[in-house]
Design a protein around this ligand. Structure first.
Ligand SMILES: [Zn+2]
Length: 328
């Protein structure tokens, strides 16, 4: 069940950890015009972890990544190993660094299985993790502090899954009071008059692993200042039907999707290792740069993985997880 929204107080500063960051591959994106950044690493089937330091929020933890240890909030999109397999290590390393208890938000259907896994690992470790699990369903909200909330979005994947949005509540002076001085407005407020209305701004939305149709039920994936959307396969060598078999998005799906009408920055992520970094960038830019221009910020690795069959079209044990319906 979601906790009541509107928890008072500012987001506390992030704790530090003694786990070395050196050696953790990551990229950092600074979308233009927003006051937060995105760190992370994402390759379909291998590993996805993301972090928004300004919100003390991590999203997914395929393998534990040192920068993500600092985040107090962890939003999981689903239980596939490349998205959630690093959770026990993330919790263990946080405990070793005496960090505050973690808050993990996750699809409600995952809670029983994940609780069993964590309890087993606590027995193996001989210590208890410092963690609270918050089961979520689409529409549920959780406070991140500082007037911000985490909102669960629907996703359509092969296993129970969610997207997530971060919304911020802002006070806006009533139009009829524009031009009045600060003391005048304070006096009106003291006298009991309403001087402002509140509005909610969607700062960020992330699709999680999903078919592109999720946006039909989750307009945040169109309206957010920054939209992160999974795009697993990119061209006709690996056609849309292959992506859909694994309940993933193909780049060509975005031609019909409302996501393409996003007014903010667009961050494609979760690209298959079948494509080199240079090839991924070229395909994404050819399709999306005409619409997004400078607002297109692909989250791509800094280097190619040593894939044996990059670009292959036939079945391959290394790269056909969509066809074989392996979790990714
Ligand atoms: Zn998946």
């Amino acid at each position: 069940m979601a906790e009541p929204e509107g928890e008072a107080g500012a987001t506390p500063p992030e704790a530090t950890t003694n786990y070395p960051e050196a050696g953790t591959p990551k990229v950092r994106l600074q979308p233009p015009g927003v006051a937060f950044s995105i760190e992370g690493w994402s390759v379909a089937g291998i590993e996805t972890w993301l972090r928004i330091p300004e919100f003390s929020l991590a999203i997914d933890v395929g393998r534990v990544a040192a920068p993500a240890l600092a985040s107090r909030h962890m939003a999981l999109t689903h239980g596939h190993l490349d998205h959630a397999g690093g959770l026990p290590a993330w919790l263990g390393l946080r405990r070793m660094s005496a960090m505050p208890p973690a808050r993990v938000y996750l699809p409600a259907e995952m809670v029983a299985e994940l609780s069993t896994i964590l309890a087993a690992w606590e027995r193996l470790q001989g210590v208890a993790f410092e963690v609270e699990l918050f089961p979520a369903r689409p529409g549920d909200r959780f406070s991140l502090g500082s007037g911000r909330s985490l909102v669960a979005l629907p996703a359509h994947h092969r296993v129970p899954a969610l997207g997530w949005a971060v919304v911020e509540r802002r006070a806006k002076l009533l139009p009829e009071l524009l031009g009045k001085s600060g003391p005048e407005i304070r006096a009106l407020r003291t006298a009991g008059h309403v001087v402002a209305r509140h509005e909610e701004v969607t700062l960020l939305a992330i699709s999680g692993d999903t078919l592109a149709s999720a946006v039909d039920e989750a307009p945040a994936l169109r309206d957010a200042q920054v939209v992160l959307h999974e795009v697993t396969l990119l061209d006709e060598r690996h056609p849309p039907g292959l992506a859909h078999a694994g309940y993933h998005t193909h780049l060509h799906d975005l031609r019909q999707s409302e996501v393409a009408a996003a007014a903010g920055c667009f961050v494609p992520y979760h690209i298959s290792q079948r494509y080199s970094v240079a090839e991924s960038r070229a395909l994404l830019e050819a399709e999306l740069a005409p619409r997004f221009g400078e607002r297109l910020l692909p989250l791509l690795p800094t280097h190619d993985l040593p894939s044996r069959r990059r670009g292959a079209t036939k079945r391959s044990a290394a790269t056909s997880c969509c066809e074989r319906r392996d979790g990714c």
